[in-house]
Design a protein. Structure first.
Ligand code: NI
Length: 226
């Protein structure tokens, strides 16, 4: 399932984050890549022990927790704290699948990457190229979202970032271990959740939403790993 979360950040928040990132100490992204990914990766990132990265990361985690659409779609169990990258001057990241398990620096946590996430921090007019291209069974999806919008896609997907040929592309990226590991089950639960909300709106006072909500919770009880 690929899904966009449209309104994670307000315009003033996006502006503040971008101003902070313009002053940031960017390092070569290859330093954090695995052996194979290293050959495909040409971008810059904030170091994971950069205090600015930690501050912005905490802010984004709080925002994610407040987003009903994110919570319903991802059913998060653990989230890798968001990291930040910057592509410019032809920089790109060739086809790869993200590592299956990520560590969290400074902790013993290991997080299985069921869902990959990219939060666009530059607007589509700020740069040329730079699409996130995700392959799935339905073909190839080119994603380039307005600043402040988040895309979720399966951690199993082959994907790449096209070369940025003008301007700079700033983004945050992270991974989620979901309570429901299987993408198909997660999609069903989201569809059911959306339907329950629609029925609640369309049939005020009806007992049906409560019954459907019972089904939702009993499915989640069967499938959730915590
Ligand atoms: Ni990736």
């Amino acid at each position: 399932m690929m899904l966009t979360i449209p309104d994670l950040l307000r315009p003033d928040e996006i502006r503040q984050i971008r101003e902070a990132l313009d002053q940031a100490a960017w390092i070569d992204g290859r330093e954090t890549a695995g052996h194979i990914a290293r050959q495909a990766k040409d971008n810059r990132q904030l170091s994971q022990d950069d205090p600015l990265a930690a501050k912005l990361s905490d802010f984004l985690l709080a925002r994610l927790g407040e987003s009903p659409r994110f919570m319903a779609a991802a059913l998060p169990y653990k989230v890798v704290p968001p990291r930040f990258n910057r592509y410019e001057g032809g920089g790109s990241y060739g086809d790869h699948v993200d590592s299956a398990v990520m560590g969290v620096p400074g902790s013993a946590h290991k997080i299985r990457t069921d869902i990959s996430a990219t939060l666009f921090l530059s607007g589509p007019d700020d740069y040329e190229g730079g699409e996130l291209v995700v392959e799935d069974t339905y073909g190839s999806h080119r994603v380039k979202l307005p600043a402040g919008q988040l895309v979720l896609y399966p951690g199993t997907s082959l994907h790449h970032v096209a070369p940025v040929t003008r301007g700079a592309r700033l983004a945050a990226f992270f991974w989620i271990q979901s309570m429901v590991r299987d993408d198909g089950r997660r999609s069903l639960l989201l569809e059911l959740d959306n339907a329950i909300q629609a029925v609640s709106r369309d049939l005020p006072g009806s007992p049906t939403p409560a019954r459907l909500s019972g089904v939702y919770n009993n499915l989640l009880r069967q499938w959730a790993e915590t």
